[in-house]
Write a protein that binds this ligand. Structure first.
Ligand code: CTP
Ligand code: CA
Length: 224
């Protein structure tokens, strides 16, 4: 008799999600960015909303589209704007999944005018952005906190370090070494590692199927 209910396992839950890249301004017409499409995060938003969650989707610049009454899209550009938006919603959510490819550095000074071309080389000094995920780990009360990790070497051990340094419940490791996995494409190959370092390796799949796997891993862990 709980059949109908069990089809909406996330009903009443609130989810904060980040997706896409961030753009860090150099001058009024230029920025430092990356090739993240935002697709993985948007697919997670769709799966979670389908299962009844109310989703706050904080999105960096992305061509992805989504339309669902339970998905509230908050568009941001820079790491700082993403940080501010995340902290605005974090206190009221049950789950936070940070899939965005946030810039680690931004120009220390943003020129007010377009930088003119010269014959000499140009040096742009960069300063670190704030680590949004780490800040949510520090502020964590009862939220189930999920991070992503993008690694090219010592993948699993680096991902485990991130679980500890950012106070995570689960990390989703993107295996970039596998053909067809990653940033801009439509498929992904992931390993999910939890706080007790239990590892689950998944096959290469479409990002919408990967989103289902990620949400299922979370549901299993929050419902017992
Ligand atoms: N992240 C974040 N804010 C940042 C940088 C990263 O919230 N300023 C989040 C990402 O969304 C991801 C996780 O932290 O969920 C890990 O990102 P990743 O780039 O793999 O790790 P970093 O901690 O930035 O370390 P490094 O890039 O040196 O591997
Ligand atoms: Ca990084």
């Amino acid at each position: 008799e709980s059949d109908i209910l069990s089809k909406l396992p996330l009903k009443g839950k609130k989810l904060l999600l980040t997706a896409g890249p961030t753009y860090e301004a150099i001058d009024p017409v230029r920025f430092i960015g990356n090739h993240s499409s935002g697709k993985m995060g948007f697919e997670i938003a769709k799966v979670a909303a389908k299962l009844g969650a109310e989703v706050y989707l904080v999105a960096g610049p992305s061509h992805q589209k989504v339309s669902h009454s339970l998905i509230h899209r908050i568009d941001v550009t820079s790491a700082q704007e993403m940080y501010d938006a995340c902290h605005q919603y974090y206190k009221e959510v049950d789950i936070a999944i940070l899939s965005a490819a946030v810039a680690d550095y931004r120009p220390k000074n943003v020129a007010d005018q377009k930088i003119k071309k010269k014959d000499t080389s140009l040096v742009i000094e960069l300063e670190p952005t704030q680590d949004i995920l780490k800040s949510l780990g520090i502020a964590k009360k009862n939220q189930f906190l999920v991070g992503f990790a993008l690694e090219t070497n010592d993948e699993v051990s680096n991902a485990k370090k991130k679980i500890e340094s950012k106070n995570l419940d689960v990390i989703v490791l993107n295996s970039l070494r596998d053909k067809g996995a990653g940033f801009a494409g439509d498929t992904n190959k992931i390993t999910i590692i939890d706080a007790s370092f239990k590892e689950t390796v998944y096959d290469l799949k479409s990002k919408s199927e990967v989103a289902v796997d990620i949400i299922n891993e979370i549901i299993t862990r929050i419902s017992n």
